[in-house]
Each structure stands twice: as structure tokens, then as C-alpha cells.
Design a protein. Structure first.
Length: 130
């Protein structure tokens, strides 16, 4: 990819992601629309995030029916060249986010399962033991 700088909407969205670390479309939209006279539409923010993902500037991981986005490049106020290295970094960040979501989901399942398990065996097993 050739050297280029971020457009105004891309910069606005990336600035939020650099400050917070991650965000869904709804979270980025809410942050981008705070104090702005002309609010952005949900679909506008979604389109910009998808394009940033396609350019390798953000990574994303599916969370249910939505994606969580994270910056794949560090904040840099000067134009820079984004090429294969940023795509590799985006893939690494996406894999890391996916692993964290999987660990969190597994933890929730284990906690729910352990809370559902009784300390006493079911009646049929209890009678067979006695």
C-alpha cells in the first residue's frame, strides 16, 4: 500500500480505538457522537470500521452477532506506509482477541456448570450407594 494519511472519519474512529483499546460499532458510534453538532449514522461508523479492517488498520473478532474492533497499528500522527507487516499484526491482534473471548466464554460455561452441579448425588444414585 502506498503512503497515505487517515481521512477525517477514519482518524475520528481510530482515535477512539487508540484511547479505549477496543469497541463495538455501537460503542464507537456513541463516543464519536459525543458533543458533535452533526452525529454520525450507525451504518457510517460500521462502513468505516469495515474499510479500516480491510486496510489492515483494525482487527476484529466476532462477539455473538457483532464484531469487537481493536487498532492493529499504533497511533502515528504523520503519514506512514501500511503494508504486509500491518496485516500480520492485525491477524495477530485478531487471534489474541479471539483467544480472550474463547477463554472468557469457557470460564462462564465452567462457572455456570459448577453452580448447577449439586454436592449430593441424584436420588437414584444415592439409593444405589446406600
Amino acid at each position: 500500500m502506498t503512503e497515505r494519511s487517515l481521512g477525517p472519519l477514519e482518524r475520528r474512529i481510530m482515535t477512539h480505538l487508540w484511547q479505549t483499546g477496543t469497541g463495538t460499532v455501537a460503542q464507537v458510534l456513541a463516543a464519536a457522537n459525543t458533543g458533535d453538532a452533526r452525529p454520525l449514522a450507525y451504518t457510517t461508523v460500521m462502513t468505516v470500521l469495515v474499510r479500516l479492517h480491510e486496510k489492515g488498520l483494525v482487527a476484529r473478532v466476532r462477539e455473538g452477532r457483532q464484531f469487537r474492533y481493536a487498532p492493529a497499528v499504533q497511533e502515528d500522527h504523520s503519514p506512514r506506509s501500511w503494508g504486509g507487516a500491518s496485516r500480520a499484526l492485525a491477524a495477530l491482534v485478531a487471534a489474541t482477541l479471539a483467544a480472550l473471548v474463547a477463554i472468557s466464554t469457557t470460564h462462564d460455561i465452567v462457572v455456570k456448570t459448577s453452580n448447577a452441579v449439586s454436592s449430593r448425588p441424584p436420588r437414584g444414585i444415592r439409593e444405589a450407594i446406600d
